[in-house]
Design a protein around this ligand. Structure first.
Ligand SMILES: [Zn+2]
Ligand SMILES: [Zn+2]
Length: 133
């Protein structure tokens, strides 16, 4: 009786598979593609965080640039009492980041405008629900 060759797809376990990460969680990630494994290592296990937040006294740093962009958004004042991050206006952020990042600031501005619009609509919808409209 020979063993039947199974055509299992190759899997690429995380190099830290079964080990604890910096947060003390055991990694059980396996991937179908090596590049997914690599990206996972970068985002989850990497202590290299080259994208540092430039907002004074924040100290936030990220392994991926898009994470930093999302993080900057949490700094921007949205006219509520949300979040624990130090809040600054979009104008201040523009000044801090300078000319080099003006595209990023512009995109945050667009996102901010969208978010404000959505919140306004959601609030009105709630009033309608409670019969307060
Ligand atoms: Zn992992
Ligand atoms: Zn920050």
């Amino acid at each position: 009786m020979g063993t039947i060759a199974q055509s299992e797809p190759r899997i690429y376990p995380c190099p830290m598979y079964g080990e604890k990460d910096a947060q003390g969680r055991t990694c059980k990630q396996r991937f179908k593609r090596p590049e997914h494994s690599r990206r996972h290592v970068l985002t989850v296990h990497s202590t290299a965080r080259p994208h540092a937040c430039k907002v004074p006294h924040c100290g936030g740093a990220f392994s991926r640039r898009d994470n930093l962009r999302d993080h900057y958004f949490t700094h921007v004042e949205k006219g509520g009492r949300e979040g624990k991050n130090h809040k600054i206006s979009l104008e201040d952020l523009k000044e801090i980041l300078g000319q080099k990042e003006r595209k990023l600031v512009a995109r945050l501005g667009v996102r901010l405008a969208k978010e404000k619009g959505r919140k306004g609509r959601a609030r009105r919808a709630r009033f309608v629900e409670r019969g307060l409209a």
